[in-house]
Design a protein around this ligand. Structure first.
Ligand SMILES: Cc1cc2nc3c(=O)[nH]c(=O)nc-3n(C[C@H](O)[C@H](O)[C@H](O)COP(=O)(O)O)c2cc1C
Length: 174
């Protein structure tokens, strides 16, 4: 588990033209659904896309290289379900599901990238995609995860040092 956590990285390059077997996609989806959710409301739903025709339509609407070349996409849908105390945990719910899936994707030898800012920037196209897939109006597309084998070098983002962000027994305690 720790190897996978530390080797995961956001991949924004092209994908190889190799399909992702249904078995692997199912395992990735199951990892997402196994995530915790606020008050167990399970507000996150998932659609895996591996149909070439649908991938082509999505690629035309979201023309970005790691979406267009990906042999599979996972669409993360959210319902704004109200939990205890009138709070709504849908963002936390889908974030936990996404992180589980990113780790599952990495563990199975594929790459991905948490595409959420990009989804928000392309809200109109994303609404068309959810409609095309038959999702009811209260299911909002929150994140897209491309899945596939990398065809370009992996890169690793710079992270602040441990000492800058984590301490024992007090803020900035060394
Ligand atoms: C909430 C959230 C939204 C993100 N949205 C995007 C996005 O729209 N496009 C993108 O290329 N990366 C996106 N990312 C990936 C981050 O840019 C990436 O995690 C960060 O640069 C650290 O790199 P790493 O994932 O390789 O550790 C997002 C990540 C998070 C957690």
């Amino acid at each position: 588990m720790f190897d996978t956590i530390f080797k995961r990285t956001s991949y924004r390059g092209l994908y190889k033209d190799f399909p992702v077997p249904r078995e692997d996609l199912t395992l990735i989806l199951k990892a997402g659904l196994a995530a915790p959710s606020g008050c167990n409301k399970q507000s996150t739903s998932l659609i895996a896309i591996d149909d070439k025709e649908i991938l082509k339509i999505i690629g035309e609407l979201l023309n970005r290289k790691n979406i267009v070349s990906a042999p599979a996409l996972i669409l993360v849908l959210s319902q704004k379900i109200i939990a205890n105390g009138g709070r709504c945990y849908y963002k936390q719910d889908f974030s936990a599901a996404v992180q589980n899936m990113l780790l599952a994707i990495c563990e199975l030898g594929y790459e991905s990238c948490w595409l959420e800012g990009y989804v928000a920037d392309n809200a109109e196209s994303c609404a068309k995609i959810t409609k095309l897939l038959g999702a009811p109006e209260d299911y909002e597309l929150s994140v897209i995860l491309p899945v596939g084998m990398a065809d370009e070098e992996l890169t690793y983002a710079n992270k602040k040092s441990f000492e800058e962000r984590a301490w024992f027994n007090g803020f900035r305690n060394s």
